[in-house]
Design a protein around this ligand. Structure first.
Ligand code: ADP
Ligand code: MG
Length: 349
């Protein structure tokens, strides 16, 4: 049995596809894959969360488009790894799906680690992360960066992962939440990341970078000059978000290295306002939860994930957590809560 965690991105949203910085950490919750080798070359895929929808396919027949639905993620992982043997794979998870906590990458990475071990593939974790990303992008058809798979495979307990999405280099940053709680609030709104808005934002960022003559918005060093050079107000807002968000990631990493997690609140809330007003990917229930959390005395709060659905995180002093939870539940009765504990990366159980 192999387990891979979900993740919360503490800060750094929509920076990944602009070659920028992100700062995820692994959750205690995740996806577990029970995997056995088979000698008949068949890949059999089942999930306790997808009752009755088992999939059987000859590993030799794996190709993008050959498997749809949830099974595309594990089948795509076998495909991306070039796994030619057979395997029976049973999935179980305690991680909500589609709520921005990266259940898809946890699923891919649990399977990737399992097939790497059972097939004796000998790949290191960055290579497994890249294979899992290809599974999601090329096989399941969801354009995604490397953050989610890197978080699932490279994080460590008590730390966040400062990941440079251009170089692929990462560093462990201590995330000491003593006296604090990081609440994850699932707003119950489900996103469709494969859908139009995500692709539209990526395209806007690419257009802005081209107009500014830089390889990616990561390279904008003078925000004022960049905003002055762009005539389209929409592109100006997108650039404003990406550039300031990268700075917020660096500032957050600096505070964490100083052991000052309690001071992160303003950065988290600024990130939310930027995502709401400049990048325009927030959704009404997220704004409601952030508002309720701040009114109840949370130190900061923001939406997480690509937007249009999923979860919000709220940083609270531990003695205020109960009150913050109550106020959020009153504002949005269907909100579901989990407490984020910075946890280890994927591993064999
Ligand atoms: P997120 O990664 O934020 O949870 P995604 O839309 O990227 O959201 O991925 C969710 C999809 O991943 C689900 O719709 C399903 O296809 C697949 N998935 C995740 N966890 C499981 C699971 N335990 N069993 C089956 N499929 C799963
Ligand atoms: Mg996902």
């Amino acid at each position: 049995m192999w387990h891979a965690p979900g993740r919360v991105n503490l800060i750094g949203e929509h920076t990944d596809h602009n070659d920028g910085l992100v700062l995820p950490f692994a959750l205690a919750q995740g996806v577990t894959a029970a995997v056995a080798r088979r000698t008949d070359g068949v890949l059999e895929l089942r999930s306790l969360q997808a009752a009755g929808e088992g999939v059987r396919i000859a590993a030799a027949d794996l190709a993008p488009g050959a498997v749809g639905g949830w099974a595309a993620y594990p089948a795509g992982t076998a495909w991306a790894l070039g796994f030619t043997g057979g395997a029976s794979i049973m999935i179980d998870a305690d991680l909500p799906r589609g709520s921005g906590l990266s259940s898809s990458a946890a699923l891919e990475c649990a399977v990737a680690l399992a097939l790497n071990d059972l097939g004796g593939l000998g790949l290191d974790r960055p290579a497994l992360a890249e294979a899992a990303r290809r599974a999601e992008h090329e096989f399941a058809g969801v354009p995604c960066g490397i953050m989610d798979q890197s978080a699932a495979l490279l994080c460590s307990a008590g730390h966040a992962l400062l990941l440079d999405c251009r170089s692929g280099l990462s560093a462990q940053v201590p995330l000491d939440l003593t006296g604090l709680d990081l609440l994850v609030v699932d707003t119950g709104v489900r996103h469709a990341l494969a859908g139009g808005e995500y692709a539209a934002r990526r395209a806007e960022c690419a257009r802005a970078a081209a107009a500014l003559g830089v390889a990616a918005l990561r390279d904008v060093t003078d925000l004022g000059a960049a905003l002055g050079a762009l005539t389209d107000p929409v592109l100006r807002r997108r650039v404003q978000h990406v550039v300031t968000e990268n700075h917020r990631v660096e500032a957050t990493a600096g505070l964490l290295r100083a052991g000052a997690a309690a001071e992160l609140g303003a950065l988290l809330t600024a990130s939310h306002l930027s995502l709401r007003d400049q990048f325009e990917v927030s959704w009404p229930e997220a704004d409601l939860v952030v508002d309720a959390a701040l009114r109840a005395g949370a130190r900061g709060a923001r939406m997480v994930g690509g937007g249009f659905g999923g979860s919000v995180i709220a940083l609270t002093a531990a003695d205020r957590t109960a009150r913050v939870r109550e106020r959020i539940a009153a504002a949005l009765p269907r909100a579901a809560f989990l407490t984020a504990v910075p946890s280890p990366a994927a591993r064999r159980l």
